[in-house]
Design a protein around this ligand. Structure first.
Ligand code: SAM
Ligand code: SF4
Length: 336
């Protein structure tokens, strides 16, 4: 167990938000090619040396924990394609933190024991359609059956499973009710995510399904008595609901139309060792070079968070933006 942490000076931004949640992208690589995440031309391959090694990831994570980080989520790219992913999970599992992972679940069966041993409780799985052909078209690969079987494997092993569904008008918005019906008898949390703009992902304002549209659809189908709002956890990015007598829950992450920036406690570390203080921020701070030069990384972390904007990386009026105007990395290189 952790020793007393009362001496720790937390990582705080100019708006008083304490940052105690670190998301580490283990790799930019992925075994799927979801069109909204991966640019069509793919992510340019770079020299191995520009990325954090497993040992560097573990050492840097430990420094963050000393600065008050309480939760680490591994993401990517696909974290479970990183060579040494098992070793990284095992080592981070020894830290006094909550360890979580976001994965496409293609490789989950190979890691189930490692995840259990590291006491990973909550696993977020991306799945944008319950129709095999449609899912395979969105992800440009053919792993639907394997992913469904791995979701069931996680449930059988008592993991808390959250399913992330990126809603895109004309692509999968006709499946909202099918996804919610899954929560009737299964203890699963479905989280609908608004389609967000990133470099090269064909984002258009008209393709996102807003918080309001989604709730209207749910209301129309189940009626006001058929579902209810439930308490959201502190710092939760989703607004959560439950069907009457439902086993699971469903939620809405509306980063575009209804952002959750006021309670943001997140720091993102990219696979090439840069801090991004917001998913929508254009600037980054190079932690890895400083670490390799034996410089202290603490001031870089604190200054990056002090430079954080109050909302959406300073992009306040989303309605006026086009995909071209959003100079940002693709999601796969940021770490979603
Ligand atoms: N490969 C893992 C996975 O798919 O779960 C982890 C990385 S992925 C980048 C993390 C999350 O970002 C996924 O749930 C994915 O659906 C979401 N995501 C990627 N691009 C997005 C976009 N343009 N808008 C909204 N969510 C996006
Ligand atoms: Fe890969 Fe996840 Fe991006 Fe899909 S959303 S391409 S699974 S990183």
């Amino acid at each position: 167990m952790a020793e007393s942490t009362s001496h720790i000076k937390p990582i705080v931004d100019k708006f008083g938000r304490i940052h105690n949640y670190l998301r580490i992208s283990l790799t930019e690589r992925c075994n799927l090619r979801c069109f909204y995440c991966m640019p069509e031309e793919g992510v340019a391959l770079r020299e191995k040396s520009v990325f954090m090694s497993s040992e560097e990831i573990i050492a840097i994570a430990k420094e963050f924990v000393e600065l008050g980080i309480k939760k680490i989520r591994l993401t990517g790219g696909e974290p479970l394609v990183k060579k040494d992913a098992a070793y990284i999970i095992e080592e981070l599992g020894k830290l006094p933190i909550e360890l979580a992972i976001t994965t496409n679940a293609v490789n989950v069966d190979k890691f189930i024991d490692v995840l259990k041993c590291a006491q990973v409780k909550s696993i977020n799985v991306s799945l944008d359609s319950l129709v095999a052909d449609r899912f395979n078209a969105i992800s440009r690969r053919s792993y639907f059956d394997r992913i469904m079987s791995n979701i069931n494997l996680l449930l059988e092993n008592d993991f808390e499973v959250k399913v992330n569904v990126v809603l895109i008008k004309g692509t999968n918005d006709d499946e909202i009710i099918d996804f919610i019906n899954w929560t009737k008898k299964t203890k699963i949390n479905i989280r609908f995510i608004e389609f967000m703009p990133f470099d090269g992902n064909k984002w258009e304002w008209e393709k996102k399904v807003s918080f309001k549209e989604l709730l209207d659809k749910v209301d129309e189908h189940y009626g006001a008595d058929g579902f209810h709002k439930i308490q959201d956890a502190k710092n939760d990015t989703s607004r959560n609901y439950q069907l009457k007598n439902g086993q699971g829950t469903f939620g809405i992450i509306s980063s575009v139309t209804n952002p959750f920036c006021d309670t943001c406690n997140r720091i993102r570390l990219t696979a090439d060792g840069k801090i991004k203080n917001c998913l929508f921020s254009e600037s980054e701070s190079d932690l890895l070079t400083a670490y390799r030069n034996n410089e202290s990384i603490e001031p870089i972390i604190r200054n990056s968070i002090l430079a954080k904007h109050p909302e959406r990386g300073g992009n306040v009026a989303f309605e006026n933006l086009t995909e071209k105007a959003i100079k940002n990395r693709s999601m796969i290189t940021i770490g979603g």
